[in-house]
Design a protein around this ligand. Structure first.
Ligand SMILES: [Zn+2]
Length: 412
């Protein structure tokens, strides 16, 4: 095998619980990520990378592989995140299925859950592959330990194969992607790359350079609570007003009714009483204008409800979270083309589609470093049905190598 330590490295990484915590305000949000990042920094030093640094401010570990050629070529960066999604991640005990036949059910340990073709038709693509799955009690954390393992293994490969010519390469491993804050403090200047890729996508061939524009919305409703026996004409039930708000949104623009390039309003939580109610939403749209129109619609509904129920009964607070990286990438399409060519050179069909979400690259691109997203290999991410093919992880690593090779052919 070309990347001798890829499998063991991946298994070692996923066994460490690095779940992020939305309720925490620290950077990173959990101590376990600090431990993982420190161990990772030690590993990067031990394989021979230089300038290995853990930056306390943003909880990124960065490192350099110096150029081994004379000519000046662009500095390419690779980035992945170490935290895992909001699902049990204690005692992750991966199962390895060698030479999978492409059709059988895979029991997930003793949990009673199984991977089957009916619910995971994607399994059929993996005939003959080595699959790594969960034991049914946790997630796997392939998102994004695959990306971490692939990047580190490629760096190790290059250090052990000095005949492979390359320019300067920078790598970064960071926290808290799954809760959407990890890249907020990414230091583009310190990273010093000319362009970069996050290695955080799903199945073979994924190449993403378009994401949603995103905003959060909090609705607060102040009701007027009075005994129901004398409520006539007086009571304002905050829960009823909240329901009115929700029902005023276009009902065909909820996640369950939208796909492809359609945006949505998504109600995440609703709680309250007659006296007060609160709702949390996320708003998504591929067009910036579309996002603004959605925000305007919210303001109009709030205005109408306030006319109906009295001033300031309903208050909306909206915050932009990230923007469609296509706005930046459209001026740097050579970075996308390079990844596309790397895949095609290896016989991998690039699957370029807009992400119905965001990536760390959405934020980093807007900070001035064009950063599309490459596949890392994971399937059924964020739960017990998550799995990854070792062969696809190797191909993801091959794509990084090919990008590095193609970069040496770029003039500067
Ligand atoms: Zn991820």
């Amino acid at each position: 095998m070309k990347y001798t330590n890829l499998k063991d490295r991946f298994i070692k990484y996923v066994k460490v619980n690095t779940r992020s915590d939305e309720k925490s305000n620290t950077t990173p949000t959990t101590k376990s990520q600090v431990h993982f990042l420190h161990d990772l920094a030690d590993e990067l030093k031990s394989i021979g990378l230089e300038d290995v640094k853990y930056n306390k401010q943003n909880a990124y570990v960065t490192a350099t592989l110096p150029s081994n050629i004379d000519q000046k070529v662009p500095v390419v960066g690779f980035i992945s995140h170490v935290d895992t999604a909001d699902f049990n991640s204690e005692n992750i005990n991966p199962q390895i299925i060698e030479n999978y036949d492409g059709k059988s059910d895979i029991p997930l340990g003793q949990s009673g859950f199984k991977l089957d073709l009916k619910n995971s038709p994607n399994l059929s693509k993996y005939e003959g592959n080595t699959l790594i799955t969960t034991d049914g009690t946790t997630l796997l954390g392939s998102d994004d330990k695959s990306g971490v393992a692939e990047i580190v293994s490629v760096m190790e490969y290059l250090i052990n194969h000095s005949e492979f010519k390359h320019g300067k390469i920078r790598v970064a491993f960071g926290p808290d992607e799954e809760i959407g804050v990890g890249a907020d403090k990414f230091d583009v200047k310190d990273f010093g790359a000319d362009f970069a890729y996050t290695v955080d996508g799903g199945p073979l061939g994924e190449l993403e350079w378009e994401t949603f524009n995103a905003a959060s919305l909090e609705i607060k409703v102040q009701g007027y609570n009075i005994h129901p026996s004398v409520a006539y004409g007086k009571m304002i039930n905050a829960l009823q007003v909240a329901i009115d708000f929700h029902n005023s949104l276009p009902q065909d623009e909820f996640p369950e009714n939208t796909k492809d390039r359609e945006g949505f309003f998504h109600l995440l939580s609703l709680d309250g009483s007659v006296d007060q109610a609160r709702m949390s939403y996320i708003i998504r749209d591929f067009e910036r204008d579309g996002l603004e129109e959605r925000k305007e619609l919210v303001n109009k509904i709030v205005e109408r409800l306030n006319k109906q129920y009295g001033e300031k009964r309903v208050q909306a607070e909206m915050h932009d979270q990230y923007y469609n990286m296509a706005e930046v990438m459209k001026d740097h399409m050579d970075v996308v083309e390079l990844a596309k060519k790397a895949m095609e050179d290896l016989g991998i069909k690039p699957n370029i589609a807009p992400v119905r979400g965001g990536t760390d690259g959405s934020k980093i691109s807007f900070m001035g470093l064009p950063t599309p997203n490459l596949f890392a290999g994971g399937e059924n991410m964020h739960g017990r049905y998550e799995f990854v093919s070792l062969e696809v992880m190797e191909k993801a690593a091959d794509v990084l190598l090919q990008i590095i090779k193609l970069t040496t052919e770029k003039e500067i």
